[in-house]
Design a protein around this ligand. Structure first.
Ligand code: IYR
Length: 222
């Protein structure tokens, strides 16, 4: 018998239009409450919540369905401390030397600096790696397609899932992230894409007063 390579789309629902409108606007209301947070509580979060959010991320579309991502979930305090120490070294270099005047100016309103206490306070650091290439069954290099696009989509879906579950996140990208391969023992075909901090916001967390662009600013209908 030949193997089936396609199936009918039985999981798709076509909602009545009124319900579609309600769902679209409710989801927007839910997502516009999301804020990037830089002050986290150390309150633990059940691992099963993170697991389900990662399952959501894993449903993302990807080039040739290669799913070129790995997620390393760090909750071990000693490892979080190692990451904090290495990241703060890089940030010190960034804020005192590497950052251009222009870049510094663009960041001013966020009030960020080289100190990164959230890296050992938050219960989870989810380190997302891009698999620049894969390996075939015989160990040969296998080309991966649209890696950045794919991993970016999966990361967006992870942020959305964590927010939907009731957690706060911070998309954190130190200037050079290769130190994460060493600390987390990841192979060199995996390139750190982002460090996503996840947990509850601290009770006293403040967020900058920022504005999102309007629909008219970001979209045209032609
Ligand atoms: N990685 C540094 C600097 C930084 C860069 C950007 I672009 C931001 O949106 C925020 C910060 C830091 O995290 O402090």
């Amino acid at each position: 018998m030949t193997e089936k390579t396609s199936l009918p789309l039985t999981d798709y629902y076509k909602f009545p239009e009124t319900e579609m409108k309600r769902r679209a606007s409710e989801f927007y209301a839910e997502m516009k409450r999301r804020r990037t947070v830089r002050e986290f509580s150390d309150q633990p979060v059940d691992r099963s919540i993170i697991e389900d959010c990662l399952r959501t991320a894993s449903t993302a579309p990807s080039g040739a369905n290669q799913q070129p991502w790995s997620f390393v979930v760090v909750s071990d305090l000693a490892v979080k401390r190692q990451i904090r120490e290495a990241a703060e070294k890089i940030e010190n270099e960034f804020y005192t030397k590497a950052a251009t005047e222009k870049w510094r100016d663009a960041l001013k309103h966020l009030k960020t600096g080289p100190s990164k206490p959230f890296l050992d306070t938050a219960p989870y650091l989810i380190v997302i790696f891009s698999q620049l290439h894969g390996f075939s069954a015989d160990g040969k290099k296998m080309k991966h397609y649209y890696v950045t696009e794919s991993v970016g989509i999966a990361t967006g879906m992870l942020i959305t899932a964590l927010h939907h579950a009731g957690l706060a996140t911070l998309t954190y990208t130190p200037a050079n992230m290769r130190f994460l391969n060493k600390i987390l023992s990841r192979p060199l075909n995996e390139k750190p894409f982002m460090l996503l901090v996840a947990g509850y916001p601290s009770k006293t967390a403040l967020v900058p007063t920022i504005q999102k662009k309007t629909l008219e600013d970001i979209a045209v209908f032609i």
